[in-house]
Design a protein around this ligand. Structure first.
Ligand SMILES: [Zn+2]
Length: 412
């Protein structure tokens, strides 16, 4: 794999070239197969990437590029400027690829910024860290790839982020259109931070916080495997991505890594950001669409947090509700259990079958209201004590029995 960056004002253009033997079908760290649609993409920054016309640190350019090209790289990656030996070592140890050319010193920075999508998880993190700047990734169309996903309203989400009243840096990119299959999206989940990485010197960043909660970090949630994942290759500090970001002076920080989606939602909806929180990708200025799978799933959680019946027009026979008619395991199953245990009248909702299968109770789901201590222990030093205090004050920590529930997840 060869990659080159070209800067044209505030637009950074990335071109990739496959080596002989590399194909257009690659594999993301989470196992998803992805097919390449084209060979260029761009990132538009709202401010220069380095102060006073200084060059951007090559490790940042290499890291941003790697979040895009990793799935298709097999044996080696050649960047267009020399990277530090530390970054090359992290690429070698994590992926087994030879990375070069090598030369120059590693970088560092001091501030913590938040990769902010506007969903409940990242809004919760923003509420916990009121002084941290927010970086918002906005999808824009690609000049050569038709957009067949016009229902994804990235303009609405960017508008909501801008209304938070926070220090928000919007970054625009068409990098998601590099994927022909399965649909436009981040080549690696970490590509959402491409703009934040490019701006790390300009903003003196020394860490990037994300909204990933206990399900994504420790329970193999979402589209991943249903099991305890201490060595999560995407989000653990000692995993390949954690070590790579740390080598570039930007350790990944998961302030909500020890709490559940129900708790991040409670924090987000109880915060000043409440009116800007939006997990639905399809809704417009008037509100979420109320018809998509994400709206259904999140309404279950919100109803559970608010201890009230669900408000949804979606019925069990709709395609977006189909998976909840099947037996478990489910993606995000811990939240389905929590929802089924706390929503009055669950038997009259699309989750009635799931509730019968799961047999969850308030007692069996109480662990999802407390913080898993190892999640705090892995937060980098400068930010650990602050997060630990919030976790202790807002949620309290899990005892041995709760911890056992986390660490046996998917085994019973
Ligand atoms: Zn929706």
């Amino acid at each position: 794999m060869r990659v080159t960056w070209t800067a044209d004002g505030d637009v950074w253009r990335l071109r990739l070239r496959l080596d002989p033997g590399e194909g257009v079908v690659g594999t993301v760290t989470d196992g998803q197969e992805v097919e390449l649609a084209t060979d260029t993409c761009h990132v538009r920054l709202p401010r220069p990437a380095a102060p006073d016309g200084a060059p951007v640190h090559p490790d940042l350019l290499a890291l941003a590029a790697w979040t895009v090209v990793a799935p298709w790289t097999t044996r080696a990656v050649l960047f267009d400027r020399p990277i530090s030996a530390e970054l090359a070592a992290a690429l070698h140890d994590g992926w087994g690829v030879e990375a070069g050319p090598v030369g120059g010193d590693p970088r560092s920075g001091t501030r913590l910024a938040i990769s902010y999508s506007g969903g409940a998880d990242s809004a919760a993190v923003a509420a916990m860290l009121p002084d941290a700047p927010l970086l918002h990734f906005r999808r824009v169309s690609h000049p050569r790839v038709p957009n067949r996903w016009t229902h994804y309203r990235s303009d609405v989400l960017a508008g909501l982020a801008a209304k938070t009243g926070r220090d928000v840096t919007p970054v625009e990119s068409d990098l998601e259109f590099l994927l022909r299959r399965p649909r436009p999206g981040y080549p690696e989940h970490h590509a959402v931070m491409a703009g934040a990485v490019l701006l790390a010197d300009a903003m003196d960043l020394g860490g990037l916080a994300l909204g990933y909660e206990i399900g994504s970090r420790w329970l193999g949630g979402g589209r991943y495997v249903h099991r305890y994942t201490p060595d999560n290759p995407m989000w653990s500090p000692h995993g390949r991505w954690g070590r790579l970001f740390a080598a570039a002076g930007l350790p990944l920080v998961l302030p909500a890594g020890g709490i559940s989606e129900a708790m991040t939602m409670r924090v987000a909806l109880g915060s000043e950001l409440r009116d800007q929180v939006r997990w639905c990708l399809r809704g417009d200025g008037a509100g979420p669409c109320g018809r998509c799978g994400k709206c259904l799933y999140k309404e279950l959680i919100q109803a559970a947090v608010e201890r009230r019946p669900m408000r949804t027009a979606i019925t069990a026979d709709r395609p977006v509700a189909r998976k909840w008619q099947q037996p478990p395991p489910y993606g995000g199953q811990e939240m389905i259990e929590y929802g089924c245990a706390h929503v009055p009248g669950i038997e009259d909702t699309p989750f009635a079958s799931a509730a019968k299968y799961l047999q969850a109770t308030r007692e069996s789901t109480r662990w999802l209201e407390r913080c898993y201590p190892p999640a705090v222990e892995e937060i980098p030093g400068p930010w650990r004590a602050g997060i630990e205090k919030i976790m202790a004050d807002e949620f309290g920590f899990m005892g041995p029995e709760d911890v056992e529930r986390v660490e046996s997840w998917g085994r019973r």
